[in-house]
Every structure is written in C-alpha cells, then in structure tokens.
Design a protein around this ligand. Structure first.
Ligand code: SF4
Length: 147
C-alpha cells in the first residue's frame, strides 16, 4: 500500500509542470542516512556534518547546496512534518522509508512532494542509503531550469 501511494504521488507530481524557486524547495531526509558510528549531532545542526564521506549525508548536503535548495534532517515523522509545513517551504523532496513517506505525503497535502525511498542494506533505520542520481532528478523536477 505504501509503495502504491508513493508511486501515485510521484506519477501525479511528474505530470505537473509547475516549478518552484530553489529557495522554496526543501530536501528533507531521515536521520537513518547518517552513519551509525558518526558522533556528529546533525539533528541539532546540519553544519555539524564534517563531510567525511562515510555516509550519504555529505552527498545530500552538497547536492542541496549545488541546487540552492533548503535541506533539513528529521529524527521522526512528527519532526519532519513540522519542518515541511513551515511557511518558508512550498515544495518538498523527501527521503525516508516507504512507511514514513506515505504518511508524510498525506500529512503534508496539498503541498507537493516527491518521495525518494531510501534503501536499507543493513536493516531498518540503520546506515540507510539513497540513490543520489534519483535524488538529483527529483530536485530538478521541482526547480526546473532555475539553477
Ligand atoms: S558524512 Fe561523515 S560527518 Fe557527515 S554525517 Fe556522514 S559520517 Fe557523519
């Protein structure tokens, strides 16, 4: 069911031509992308990331900077929802597991969301990964040729 909601949401978003200013777009990712041995308190402040490359957080931050979009991390669904419903955010590219994404799509509606499911080679909520190419394509779908 979660996969169906994500597939339908992304299909509908893909058919819409509306683009957003990069500053209005938020890349939101779940905390489980951070390397589980990393001591940096990125939940408190993303600038805490030393960009050592041991996890994909470095890539997500660099991509967000390159496209000049907002970037934020959340430790759970409620925190993510609070950030996504902020008035400074008009569109979201969200990275999380399918369950969190489908709940987020419903919670954030009618704000547009592109959902990018993470992958979990080490099991749920631990050292998760994301396809950076897919993330970049999703950001480009939101900002168009603005960058
Ligand atoms: S890139 Fe390095 S410093 Fe940044 S969150 Fe990942 S492990 Fe920590």
């Amino acid at each position: 069911m979660h996969n169906l909601i994500i597939w339908l949401n992304n299909l509908l978003r893909g058919n819409r031509k509306k683009k957003f200013a990069p500053a209005d777009v938020l890349v939101m990712f779940s905390h489980c992308l951070q390397n589980s041995d990393c001591p940096q308190k990125i939940i408190k402040d993303l600038a805490e990331c030393k960009r050592c490359g041991k996890c994909v957080v470095k890539d997500v931050l660099e991509l967000s900077e390159r496209y000049k979009v907002q970037c934020s991390v959340a430790s759970g669904g409620q925190m993510a929802l609070a950030k996504c419903t902020s008035g400074t955010v008009k569109a979201i590219v969200a990275i999380a597991c399918e369950k969190e994404l489908s709940a987020g799509i419903k919670g954030i509606y009618p704000k547009p969301v592109i959902a990018v499911p993470n992958t979990r080679p080490y099991g749920p909520c631990k050292d998760c990964l994301v396809d950076i190419g897919e993330l970049e394509k999703s950001v480009r779908d939101m900002v168009g040729d603005a960058v």
